[in-house]
Design a protein around this ligand. Structure first.
Ligand code: SAM
Length: 254
């Protein structure tokens, strides 16, 4: 996979280390308890990257499977999971067309990574692949669908800096309109790294698609393998009252 950012797993992890894996693990368990219809033993992290959440789920005793297209991310995950003595099965595959050797009871995709379905046909194909490996009654949780595009803030650059030891990473994330008739935008992620005084810059520009909430629901209906449970707040099991980029879409396998 050609990506400057995702081949820099350590710097990516530092850049996005504002997340709290314990809180996210608790949230997953609250969702599966309330809306899932089966006991959760095996979980699948799609576009897992360095998989902070999956490492937490493995520590809680779940069978943990992480899928990603980037060897850089999976190699880093292998190293970190060995260091932390957690067991994680790693699968290198395209999340839009994959099969797993075993079924899981809960699947999730975090940090807006659903955007890498890139168009409606690939989203449908992605849903087919997830459905094929998810047991009936199991949940598929999608964090941060790109639905809030009518909000001017959606188009503004987001800039933040994170530090770990003597490594500092400044991240700039921005969506820029490209062809709004087909809902295509350019997603730009830039990492400016200062690693013990050595300065580096990595940048990815991807063409991705924004989506409307009702369009998403229709695609789920067309796919016909999931029930749409609802849109929720990003950090609470609380139905979303107003449109927001901080959202979770929850599906349940029929
Ligand atoms: C924004 S990162 C998210 C990583 C991690 N889940 C997190 O929450 O920090 C997006 C991940 O998607 C992966 N990715 C992009 N396109 C993909 C595809 N078609 N199939 C599988 N993984 C993909 C990248 O390699 C990267 O690890």
């Amino acid at each position: 996979m050609k990506s400057q950012i995702y081949n820099q797993a350590k710097y990516y992890e530092i850049a996005f280390s504002f997340i709290d894996p314990k809180k996210q693990g608790n949230l997953f368990e609250q969702f599966t308890k309330k809306y899932g219809e089966i006991k959760v033993e095996a979980v699948l992290d799609l576009a897992c990257g360095t998989a902070l959440q999956l490492r937490e789920m493995a520590k809680r005793g779940y069978k943990a499977i992480g899928l990603d297209a980037s060897s850089g991310m999976l190699d880093y995950l292998k190293k970190e999971s060995l260091r932390e003595s957690v067991k994680i099965e790693k699968v290198k595959a395209d999340m839009n067309n994959f099969t797993l050797k075993q079924k899981v009871d809960f699947a999730y995709i975090m940090m807006g990574s659903i955007v890498y379905t890139k168009n409606n046909n690939l989203l449908l194909s992605h849903l087919n692949s997830v459905a094929d490996c998810l047991n009936s009654g199991g949940l598929y949780l999608i964090e941060n669908l790109n639905i809030d595009w009518a909000n001017p803030k959606f188009w503004k650059p987001q800039i933040w800096t994170m530090k770990r030891g003597k490594v500092k990473v400044k991240t700039t994330f921005q969506l820029v309109p490209r062809n709004l008739l087909s809902q295509v935008v350019t997603q730009i992620i830039k990492l400016e790294v200062d690693d013990n005084g050595k300065k580096m810059e990595f940048i990815d520009k991807d063409e991705v698609k924004i989506i409307a909430p009702e369009e998403f629901k229709l695609l789920v209906e067309k796919n016909d393998k999931f029930e749409f449970v609802g849109f929720f707040e990003r950090e609470k099991v609380k139905p979303l009252k107003e449109i927001s980029s901080n959202n979770i879409a929850l599906l349940r396998r029929k």
